[in-house]
Write a protein that binds this ligand. Sequence first.
Ligand SMILES: [Fe+2]
Length: 279
Amino acid sequence: MGEIARVYLSCHTPRLCNHEAAFGGKLAHPDFQPLREGLIAQGRDVAQAGLDVVVLNSCHLISTFPTVADGTPRHRGILTAQEAPELIRGVEYDFPGDYELASAIIERARAAGHLTTLANDPHYPLDYGTVMPMVCYLDRAQRIPVVPISVCLMSDLEECFRWGEQIAAAVRELDRRAAFVASGAVSHKLVRAPERWPAPEDQELDHRFARLLADGEYAKLRAWLPEFAEAAEAETGGRHLAMMLGVIMGSGGRFSATIHAYGPSSGSGNYVITLARAA
Ligand SMILES: [Fe+2]
């Protein structure tokens, strides 16, 4: 039987992607260093986790009506990020997909009454929230199959949570050893100053979120999520966090947490956290 072996809360701070090209090997600001080191540590964990597949929900893979699961068997392209062409420029990606798992997720989500679409198209473009963490840090060798899932703007937090449950169920059914990646910030009150931290009260909200997650207080976190998302203006309304919680609770397991890093990006708060399934 398959299982969710890892859950990664990750980030996609554009300055951490092509920093060698953009800044001559230097980070734009030393405050970005912990996030960078956290992503590197998360990549080390991915390398030794023995994963068959990664299911990734990115805050920048946006759909409006249905939630899209990308089952394209091979994801191949060159990414220049629309909103940060100077920071994420010409990033080549070429990694496998998992059509069977994407189809199973879609079937389950449909049966549960969700509006959903399966992409199976080599021209379906991937976003920087998917490509940046996967290709620059989590799996630089690009060996592990990835199923990208969109954030649907018409879905509420409950629907995203239910989606997460369907992902966990499909993984179990198909006998995959899988990881789920939530690629997005926690608090997200953006300002035009890359190195700016969130306000102290928003940092406190972020830390409370991380503590509940690390302590395995999943039900409490689920109950608090709508309030957190509103108060902290979580990225995409916290939809990626709701899906992550659905995966965790739908998998029925306990996880031990490693909090790698917390850091800023233009006023947003970003955590890099690894949850490893407890034996
Ligand atoms: Fe973002």
